[in-house]
Design a protein around this ligand. Structure first.
Ligand code: C5P
Length: 228
């Protein structure tokens, strides 16, 4: 079986409030996007497709892929305006097997998580990594009036990788993309909208954080120190 990691690094990272786009930001002595690429390189995945911002292909080839010896990288493609545009670009670079779609901002994904994903996707064809919420969740209206408190035991926060059999995710994207809008925030939603296939939840890690806002850099440095 062929497993392709599609690594997304085409975002603008506006919430980081930084000069350098966040995927190039230095964390633990290396650019943010190099961390998960090295983990995928060392994992059992077959190959990697890297999706970068338009115009960044050559820079990424030199400064990331060659520099960090990501030999499993078979293609570097340009992403698009929204995350789903970038995923769709990544999907065009391959045509079969299983895909693990991963946000490079989740820099601290581990080989353990990747290998759990590979086993689960071969079994379920569609699975996402997540963790049970530690916090009580409230649903409010647009004026912040609390409307509901869902049962916490069935509420998960969703991470990446999000993993699918290729034809399942490609078919779902082909169907949804002509009318896609920004309410779509992950890949599982596309499968949920386009198919009646179940999406299985698998255990991620509370350390598989997404570097999004400035304080996350501090958490990230701590996670890396704890690992070495
Ligand atoms: O902005 P956010 O952290 O939610 O982005 C999640 C991931 O998707 C990041 O790794 C980012 O680089 C990627 N992305 C992308 N193309 C976009 C928007 C986001 O590859 N147009």
């Amino acid at each position: 079986n062929k497993f392709t990691a599609i690594v997304l690094a085409a975002g603008s990272g506006k919430r980081m409030e930084q000069e350098v786009p966040k995927q190039y930001m230095n964390i633990g002595g290396a650019p943010l996007m190099s961390h998960c690429l090295r983990t995928f390189q060392e994992s059992k995945v077959t190959q990697i497709v890297l999706v970068v911002a338009p115009g960044d292909v050559e820079k990424c080839r030199k400064e990331i892929i060659e520099r960090y010896h990501i030999d499993k990288c078979i293609a570097i493609v340009e992403g698009g305006e929204e995350r789903y545009d970038s995923v769709y670009a990544g999907l065009q670079a391959i045509n079969d097997g299983y895909v693990l779609i991963h946000d490079c901002a989740r820099a601290f994904v581990t080989e353990d998580i990747i290998h759990r994903c590979m086993s689960a996707v071969a079994l379920y064809e569609s699975c996402v990594v997540g963790m049970p919420t530690k916090d009580t969740i409230k649903i409010t209206d647009t004026h912040r009036k609390v409307l509901d408190t869902p049962d916490r035991s069935t509420v998960w926060t969703v991470q990446t990788p999000q993993c699918f059999e290729y034809n399942l995710i490609r078919g779902a994207y082909d169907k949804i993309m002509p009318n896609a809008d920004t309410s779509i925030t992950d890949d599982a939603m596309i499968v949920e909208m386009a198919t009646d296939h179940d999406v299985h939840m698998i255990q991620g890690s509370y350390m598989n954080i997404k570097v999004t806002t400035p304080e996350d850099a501090t958490f990230g440095e701590a996670i890396l120190r704890n690992r070495h």
